[in-house]
Design a protein around this ligand. Structure first.
Ligand SMILES: Cc1cc2nc3c(=O)[nH]c(=O)nc-3n(C[C@H](O)[C@H](O)[C@H](O)COP(=O)(O)OP(=O)(O)OC[C@H]3O[C@@H](n4cnc5c(N)ncnc54)[C@H](O)[C@@H]3O)c2cc1C
Length: 650
């Protein structure tokens, strides 16, 4: 679409300066909760969001389960036990600080959200008598029915409730603005963060946000290896507007990252290859513990941790004999604590054992409450399923009492991927944090999926709230600083450059994204070698120097898409640099080196950190236990919170 057909006024030449005490970058789950925490302390808060805050982000349209509500009145697991299990399940390559916060404050935030209007209990008694329901509190649990620390929620009610609270607290919300850069003291890399810049996604207007403190809440990168020009909206699991802008601008500003060398083999909702999330029959998260059958109707049995076949449906929700509790959901990569489901067997083995493809999820075989909670509630409330799956399948005649849903092969993917097609999925790398959820840049805090080893709604809400209150403390002690005009002018030149390039000789965002994805597949695939990684880096450099100057945007939409792909390129560079820095293979990081046989365990078992100083890459190493004792350090850093009204709100 050309500029003259654009339906909004074009304001390329306009600029607005906005001041705040706390600036929230991204209005998803973490961003909304960060803003609420800071505003509750009486500070002036500005929240900037690329989409529309009321429904934006991965959790905007829904969420069906809240993990880690370890302090809820029915839980038999302590925050310490749960956080320890999360660390062990990932062989220590996990964010002890953020997940302890999640376990410790998870239920507090749920109660908060309930007070704002979110639904967390079966108040209509629709599931009265169900094994997973606590009759006194009306809370409903998922997965481990004995230990009761994961709560089924009506997540589609949460984001509007948060949004109304932001309004009530007087948070100034700037929707449809893409943040493009962080501003630093004297414009220096590594300096204190003093604000950010942005452009309006409809008018192209330039914004300068000045603030005492900022909170990074822009989620995590995507489309690094996986891109389909035909189906860009289905390229990855998370929403299209979350592609790692925050990581890219953090890198340019000198922020420190860790675990960025971790990537997993693609398996789920990617590049238009698989069904929409949770749209194929499976027995994972939302669909746990649906029965799976083969095309002869033969059931695939569930087995417990120790490989014992489980006879009844009810046993699927109990820990194995001698097992303290079991984990399911998003916080695990190597599910040592989980049930072994049929999906964990290789397909060839199943065929050998006489199963006949394809497989189907069979809800009709489940007890009534289990069937209704999966099909009615979980599928209705999960991130992207309310309309595409629940409504559309129902409208097409799907009846869970009669019909089964096909998945070709294993579990939830129903698609096969090449080994070099990878994703930042599960618990990938991200911003490094300390106990106040501050980054290494003074004044810049971080929460939610932007954090390293992050995942899940409850994690985002708790770390958001936590970062918001620590950022508010910083803002009370540190005032506004002058912004550096040169930094602003350089950023303006950068973001508007594609408007000025030659339209006849131009490359669009899709071509560039495809080029980067292919480069990453070829040179940073399953097996890493320095030679390949270095070729990848030089190709990306070439794109920076020769392709980016030949990109062209007709209107703000195309400009924003291009700026996102420039950020994907920067994220790819962070990944390649991190891979080069790790010179031995690491199983928990799914990192396999083809050019090193070294097995120095001490060297392997460390976080590798990367950042830029004077535009040069600096590598560091950090102990996996850099956060120390979780309970002790949490309590040392959160005396006001523990002593205040929130902690014992239940
Ligand atoms: C389909 C699906 C199902 C899920 N199901 C569950 C579940 O059942 N249970 C569970 O615990 N978790 C679930 N998750 C994960 C959970 O939703 C996320 O972990 C959580 O939403 C992360 O919160 P966040 O605030 O970090 O990111 P988001 O909620 O994604 O918010 C990030 C925000 O940043 C904005 N943004 C990005 N870039 C910019 C920019 N440059 N400028 C301004 N704004 C920007 C985005 O528009 C977005 O609003 C699911 C995720 C998906 C995608």
């Amino acid at each position: 679409m050309y500029q003259q057909d654009w339906p909004y006024p074009l304001e390329w030449d306009k600029e607005e300066v906005i001041q705040s005490e706390v600036l929230i970058l991204g209005g998803g789950i973490a961003g909304c909760m960060a803003a609420i925490a800071a505003a509750r302390q009486g500070l002036q808060v500005v929240l900037v969001e690329k989409g529309a805050t009321k429904r934006s982000g991965a959790g905007g349209s829904g969420c069906d389960h809240w993990e880690s509500a370890a302090t809820n009145p029915c839980s038999k697991v302590t925050p310490e036990e749960l956080a320890k299990a999360m660390l062990e399940d990932n062989d220590g390559f996990n964010n002890g600080i953020s997940h302890y916060i999640e376990c410790r404050e998870g239920y507090d935030r749920l109660l908060d959200i309930e007070k704002l209007g979110g639904k967390i209990r079966d108040t209509e008694d629709a599931f009265k008598g169900a094994e997973f329901r606590d009759e006194r509190t009306k809370l409903m649990f998922a997965y481990d029915y004995e230990n009761k620390y994961t709560i089924r929620i009506w997540g589609s009610t949460f984001k509007p409730a948060m949004y109304n609270e932001l309004k009530r607290l007087g948070v100034k919300i700037y929707d449809r603005i893409m943040i493009t850069s962080l501003l630093t003291e004297d414009g220096k890399q590594g300096g204190r963060c003093v604000g950010a810049t942005g452009i309006h996604t409809r008018t192209g207007k330039f914004y300068i946000f000045k603030s005492n403190a900022s909170v990074m809440c822009m989620s995590r990168p995507a489309r690094v290896w996986l891109f389909s020009a035909a189906l860009p909206g289905l390229c990855e699991f998370r929403p299209t507007q979350c592609i790692g802008d925050g990581h890219a601008m953090g890198w340019r500003a000198g922020a420190e990252f860790t675990m960025m060398e971790k990537s997993v083999g693609a398996e789920f909702s990617a590049s238009g290859k698989s069904y929409p999330p949770y749209g194929a029959g499976n027995n994972h998260n939302t669909w746990y513990a649906a029965s799976l059958i083969d095309s002869n109707g033969k059931e695939v049995p569930y087995a417990d941790r120790d490989g014992n076949i489980l006879e009844g449906v009810s046993d699927r929700f109990k820990p194995a004999k001698g097992q303290r509790f079991f984990m399911k959901g998003g916080n695990i990569d190597n599910p040592k604590y989980a049930y072994e489901g049929p999906e964990t067997l290789p397909l060839s083995k199943m065929v050998e054992e006489g199963y006949k493809l394809p497989f189907y999820a069979d809800l009709s075989a489940l007890p009534d409450h289990e069937r209704k909670v999966i099909w009615g509630m979980m599928i209705g409330e999960e991130g992207k399923t309310k309309i595409p799956i629940y409504k559309n399948y129902k409208d097409a005649g799907f009846d869970p009492e009669k019909h089964v849903i096909q998945c070709y092969g294993r579990g939830w993917t129903s698609a096969s991927f090449l080994p070099q097609e990878r994703q930042l999925f599960g618990l990938p790398g991200g911003f490094l944090n300390d106990w106040s959820l501050s980054t290494n840049l003074a004044g810049l805090y971080v929460a939610g999926d932007s954090l390293f080893a992050s995942n899940c709604f409850g994690h985002a809400a708790t770390t958001g709230y936590y970062a918001g209150r620590h950022a508010a403390e910083f803002a009370q002690e540190n005032g506004l600083m002058e912004i550096d005009l040169k930094q602003i002018n350089n950023e303006k030149a950068r973001v508007y450059a594609p408007l000025k390039n030659d339209p006849h000789n131009s490359i669009g965002w899709k071509e560039l994204n495809m080029g980067i994805a292919k480069t990453m597949q070829n040179y940073c695939g399953e097996v890493k070698r320095n030679e390949l990684l270095n070729i990848g880096l030089s190709l990306l450099k070439e794109y920076e120097e020769t392709v980016i100057p030949n990109t062209f945007a007709y209107n703000p939409h195309e400009l924003v898409r291009l700026l996102e792909v420039f950020d994907i390129l920067t994220v790819s560079q962070i990944i390649l640099q991190s891979c080069l820095a790790r010179d031995t293979s690491s199983k928990p990081l799914c990192f396999h080196r083809g050019d090193s046989k070294e097995t120095d365990i001490d060297k392997n078992n460390q976080f590798i950190t990367v950042k830029q100083v004077d535009n040069q890459v600096h590598i560091g190493r950090l102990s996996l236990n850099y956060f120390g004792d979780l309970k002790e350090n949490y309590e040392k850093n959160n005396k006001d919170y523990i002593g205040g009204g929130n902690y014992d709100a239940r």
